[in-house]
Design a protein around this ligand. Structure first.
Ligand SMILES: [Ca+2]
Ligand SMILES: [Ca+2]
Ligand SMILES: [Ca+2]
Ligand SMILES: [Ca+2]
Length: 569
C-alpha cells in the first residue's frame, strides 16, 4: 500500500538555479510507524536512469534532481547499486522535499523510475509478548509439555498464529456473549475486552435508570441472571476461564492471549458460584444476547433435559444470524446415541464441540458423535484467566468451545459479512484430519482458523471402497471371554497403507464390553459393542491394526470371530 503518498505528495516548486553540495550527513532514520503508513528511509530515494549505463552516472542523477526540484534540494549522498549501476540511492538533506523531488524526477525523460527507499521488515512473527503464551498449546503447539506433563504433537493447535502474522488479531466490534458463571471484568487481562453497552455507559451506568430501554437497569457490562442484578462478576472461575480463551488481551505483556487479542466479551451470568443454573435463567441469557445483537454465543455448559423453550430461543438467535457454540459434554459418551443439551439442539446455527488433547486425540472425558458433534478443539490442560488476576489450567469440552467461539469471532473480525452458516460450514470442512477424530466428529478432525479463513480444505485421504482387497486372517477371542478381559491382537500386513477387519460375528455385553479398533500408537478409531454379524470395521492408516476386547467384571458373552482382513497397498 502506498496510501502515504497522498499525504506527502506536493506540487514541485518553481525552478531556480543554485549549486548542489554533496556531503555525508547523519545516519538515515526510519519514519512512519509500522502498520500506519509504509515506512521509508528519511530523505532517500532510488532513481533508475533510462537506458543501460556502462559507467556510473551519478552526475546525471544530480543534475536531474537539480533541474527538477530546484537547487534548494541539497544532495547529501549518491551511490550506485553494486549490482545495477543504472540505479542510484540518493539522499537529500531535507525529508520534507522528498515528495517534490520524486515528482520532478518522474517528469524527467532521462529518469525511468524514482521511488522512496522503502523499509521492509521481517513478517510479523505473530507471537504476542504475553509471558504465558508459550504454555498455550491450543494456540501454538510446538511439542511442548502440557500442564500434566504430556508431550505435545507439534502443529496440533488451532492454527491461529499464521492469522495473527497477517495482522489479524480481532476487533472490538465483534461481540461474543459468554453465558456462564460470569466474567471477572476487572481482570487485567480481560478488562480491555469487556463489552460496554453504549446505551448505559458512563454517567448512565449507575443512575438506576434503564437508559436504553431494553428492560434492564444499568446493564453496562452484561447481566447477572442468577442474582438478577447488573453485576456479572464471576464467583466460580469457569466463565472467566472461557472468556480468556476467547479474548484475553493479546500483546499487552501480561498473562495469556486469547484467540482474539481484541474482541468484546459480553458477560451473562446464570451459573451460580457452585456452577449450576436453571433452564429459565439460561433462556433469559440467550434472549438477552439476541436482543443485544451479539454475533456469537458461547455455551460451555450442559445437562438437564430437552427444552422446547430453549430450542425456540436458539432458533430466534438463528433468525438474527447468531452463531451458538456449545460444549459437547464430558461424559465420554456418544451424543449420537444419548443427546446432550444444549449441544444436541438440531438448529442450523448450533455448533457442538468435542475436546482434543495436545496430540490431536479425543480427550478421554469428551463426548463425541459423528452426526451430532460438529467439530473438535483443544480442551485438555488449557491455561486461561481466572478471577482476581490469576491464571489456571483446566480441562473440559468447556475449554474446547471457547476456542471455537474465539475462531468464529476472529473470522468475523475479518469478514463481518459472513453468516453463521458460512462460518459453521468452514469450521467443519476445513478442519485438519486426525485419525483419532475421524469417526468421532462430523469434521473428522480439529478446527483450524487459518484453514477456515482461507477456505483451505485439507486433502481427502479416505480410501475408496473399490480399492479394498481381502486377506485371509483368522482371529477370535475366547468364547465366552472372561471377566475383565484385555485381549489384544496386533495385525500387521506388510506394505499395507490402510487396514481393517471383517468380523463374522461380534457379541459383547452392550455398552459395558467393547471391541476396539486401534492404531499402533494407541489411537482408538472405533469401539464396537453389542451384537453384529458380517461387520466391517473402521480402517487404520498404515500396516498395523490393533484389535482389542475390553470387558468389565460381570456378564460375559461370545466375544468376536474374524476370518479375514481387508487392506489397500
Ligand atoms: Ca438497559
Ligand atoms: Ca442507566
Ligand atoms: Ca495478555
Ligand atoms: Ca461384561
Amino acid at each position: 500500500m502506498r496510501r502515504a503518498y497522498a499525504v506527502w505528495w506536493v506540487v514541485p516548486a518553481v525552478l531556480t538555479v543554485v549549486s548542489i553540495t554533496l556531503w555525508q550527513g547523519n545516519a538515515a532514520k526510519a519514519v512512519g510507524a509500522p502498520g500506519t503508513s509504509p515506512e521509508r528511509v528519511a530523505g532517500e530515494l532510488l532513481v533508475k536512469l533510462r537506458g543501460l549505463k556502462t559507467t556510473y552516472a551519478g552526475s546525471a542523477v544530480v543534475s536531474a534532481i537539480q533541474k527538477g526540484a530546484g537547487t534548494d534540494t541539497r544532495v547529501l549522498e549518491i551511490e550506485a547499486l553494486k549490482t545495477d549501476p543504472s540505479v542510484s540511492r540518493v539522499r537529500i538533506a531535507e525529508d520534507s522535499r522528498l515528495a517534490m523531488t520524486l515528482a520532478a524526477l518522474k517528469d524527467n525523460p532521462l529518469i525511468q523510475y524514482a521511488e522512496p527507499n522503502w523499509i521492509y521488515r521481517t513478517a510479523d512473527s505473530g507471537i504476542p509478548d504475553d509471558p504465558e503464551f508459550g504454555k498455550l498449546w491450543g494456540l501454538q503447539n510446538t511439542g511442548q509439555l502440557d500442564a500434566a506433563g504430556q508431550l505435545g504433537l507439534a502443529g496440533a493447535d488451532i492454527g491461529v498464529v499464521p492469522v495473527w502474522q497477517r495482522g489479524l488479531t480481532g476487533n472490538r466490534d465483534v461481540v461474543v456473549a459468554v453465558i456462564d458463571s460470569g466474567v471477572d471484568w476487572e481482570h487485567p487481562d480481560l478488562a480491555s475486552n469487556i463489552y460496554l453497552n453504549p446505551g448505559e455507559a458512563g454517567d448512565k451506568s449507575s443512575n438506576g435508570i434503564d437508559d436504553d430501554g431494553n428492560g434492564f437497569v444499568d446493564d453496562v457490562r452484561g447481566w447477572n441472571f442468577a442474582a438478577k442484578n447488573n453485576n456479572p462478576m464471576d464467583d466460580n472461575n469457569h466463565g472467566t476461564h472461557c472468556a480468556g480463551t476467547i479474548g484475553a488481551a493479546g500483546g499487552n505483556g501480561t498473562g495469556v492471549t486469547g484467540v482474539n487479542w481484541k474482541v468484546s466479551i459480553l458477560p451473562l451470568k446464570f451459573l451460580t458460584a457452585q456452577g449450576n443454573g436453571t433452564s429459565a435463567n439460561s433462556i433469559e441469557a440467550v434472549n438477552y444476547a439476541r436482543m443485544m445483537k451479539v454475533r456469537v454465543i458461547n455455551n460451555s455448559w450442559g445437562g438437564g433435559g430437552y427444552s422446547k423453550i430453549m430450542e425456540d430461543a436458539i432458533k430466534a438467535a438463528r433468525d438474527e444470524g447468531i452463531l451458538v457454540i456449545n460444549a459437547s459434554g464430558n461424559e465420554k459418551s456418544s451424543n449420537d446415541d444419548k443427546p446432550h443439551y444444549p449441544s444436541n439442539y438440531n438448529v442450523e446455527n448450533m455448533v457442538a464441540v468435542a475436546a482434543t488433547d495436545n496430540r490431536d486425540q479425543l480427550a478421554s472425558f469428551s463426548n463425541f458423535g459423528k452426526r451430532t458433534v460438529h467439530v473438535a478443539a483443544p480442551g485438555v490442560k488449557i491455561l486461561s484467566t481466572i478471577p482476581k488476576n490469576k491464571y489456571a489450567a483446566a480441562s473440559g469440552t468447556s475449554m474446547a468451545a471457547p476456542h471455537v467461539s474465539g475462531i468464529a469471532a476472529l473470522l468475523l473480525s475479518v469478514h463481518p459479512e459472513w453468516t453463521y452458516a458460512e462460518i459453521k460450514d468452514r469450521l467443519i470442512r476445513t478442519s485438519m484430519r486426525a485419525q483419532g477424530l475421524r469417526t468421532r466428529v462430523l469434521a473428522k478432525g480439529r478446527v483450524s482458523v487459518a484453514n477456515a479463513l482461507d477456505g483451505f480444505v485439507p486433502p481427502n485421504d479416505e480410501p475408496e471402497e473399490k480399492w479394498w482387497r481381502d486377506e485371509t486372517r483368522e482371529m477370535e477371542s475366547p468364547h465366552p471371554y472372561p471377566p475383565n478381559s484385555n485381549v489384544e491382537i496386533k495385525i500387521t500386513e506388510a506394505g499395507a497403507r490402510y487396514i481393517r477387519v471383517v468380523f463374522d460375528r461380534i457379541e459383547t455385553e452392550k455398552t459395558y464390553d467393547k471391541v476396539q479398533i486401534a492404531a499402533l500408537d494407541g489411537t482408538v478409531v472405533e469401539e464396537i459393542s453389542g451384537i453384529h454379524d458380517n461387520y466391517v470395521s473402521e480402517y487404520i492408516k498404515g500396516d498395523t491394526l490393533v484389535l482389542k476386547l475390553v470387558s468389565d467384571n460381570t456378564v460375559n458373552k461370545y466375544g468376536f470371530k474374524a476370518t479375514k482382513i481387508q487392506v489397500i497397498k
